[in-house]
Design a protein around this ligand. Structure first.
Ligand code: ZN
Length: 337
């Protein structure tokens, strides 16, 4: 059990002042009204933590939500824009999302081309918004997206809409996530220096877990015989680069792109020639192509999660980034041994 200062019993006078502050904050729309109502109800047992003014943070997608929740702990109120079950490549913000970000103190997005909407979004923030906006992928050695091999042989008008010059999928590699975590920590401290010590402490704990994950990945993937991973959408470039694997994707960087029959046949040939045993698919995108390819090549399919978001079921079950990264490693080891 950790006991932070917000869980210590408040003296009555402090609690009364706090309630008044919460009522004011509630009017500003930052806090939910129930917190204030609960606190004015009188002396709560010590187990009911009194609410304190939290740093309001809006994150663009799940991995940043996870890191912010872990590092911010009970000092932050985190809102994630892209809800569970939604594939982030398909998502665009609505006016309610702009409202949320305008009212927040900190808005964290990934950058590196993931949120194609972010430039217009930040321009659209309300004039009186004091939100601090930060890109979390800064400092990561980014991978240039691969151009299609036969660029001029077919019409690219569809892909061009979503064309990524840079591979945005940094968070699938523990090594890159260590950088994201550090950026999140620094941003929380920049927005709320009073709680710097707590953020540092939570960050150190998370850093330990992510470092263990990185070591597990390096050790176990270093030992597998098969180095080729055949995946549906090209989300594992950082994982492949950082742990010595070779990614072959059915679709491009964006899961909307539609592969041609000749591409499927080409990959099926690669699968047979290289003794690949499994085709990986992911939960937020249809497994149709992976199944088609697996049937064509007479191999099995298995989940490899690009961690772009949780499914509703995973969210309900309390599954986290860390759990999914561990499952990914297990599946990789099973498929590649
Ligand atoms: Zn993706």
């Amino acid at each position: 059990m950790k006991l932070s200062h917000s869980q210590r019993p408040f003296r009555p006078i402090a609690a009364a002042m706090l309630s008044a502050m919460l009522v004011i904050a509630g009017c500003a729309g930052n806090n939910n009204g129930n917190a204030a109502a609960n606190n004015t109800a009188g002396n709560q047992p010590a187990s009911a933590a009194p609410e304190v003014q939290k740093l309001s943070v809006v994150t663009s997608f799940y991995p940043l939500y996870y890191l912010t929740s872990e590092i911010g702990g009970e000092h932050v109120e985190v809102t994630n824009l892209i809800s569970s079950g939604v594939e982030p490549h398909d998502w665009t913000p609505k006016s309610q999302d702009l409202n949320k970000a305008s009212k927040a103190e900190l808005f964290l997005y990934h950058g590196a081309g993931l949120e194609t909407w972010v430039e217009d979004f930040t321009k659209g923030l309300s004039g009186d918004s004091a939100v601090m906006v930060k890109a979390m992928s800064e400092g990561i050695d980014l991978i240039e997206g691969e151009e299609d091999e036969d660029e001029d042989s077919h019409d690219h008008s569809h892909e061009d809409e979503h064309h990524h010059a840079i591979d945005p999928h940094t968070w699938v590699s523990p090594k890159s996530v260590l950088v994201l975590a550090q950026n999140v920590k620094n941003s929380l401290i920049a927005a709320d220096a009073d709680n710097a010590a707590v953020y540092e402490q939570n960050y150190t704990a998370l850093h330990g877990k992510l470092t263990t994950l990185d070591k597990d990945y390096a050790e176990k993937l270093g030992a597998v015989k098969q180095k080729n991973i055949v995946v549906s959408h090209e989300a594992f470039g950082y994982l492949a680069r950082d742990y010595g694997l070779n990614q072959v994707s059915i679709m491009g960087l964006n899961p909307d792109a539609e592969p041609r029959a000749q591409d499927i046949l080409k990959i099926a040939k690669f699968v047979k020639e290289n003794d690949v045993k499994y085709i990986f698919f992911e939960e937020l995108v249809s497994d149709q192509l992976a199944v088609m390819l697996a049937n064509e090549a007479k191999v099995e399919t298995m989940v490899l999660n690009p961690l772009e978001g949780l499914t509703k079921e995973q969210e309900k079950a309390g599954i986290t980034y860390l759990n999914l990264m561990q499952s990914n490693l297990q599946n990789l080891v099973q498929a590649l041994q």
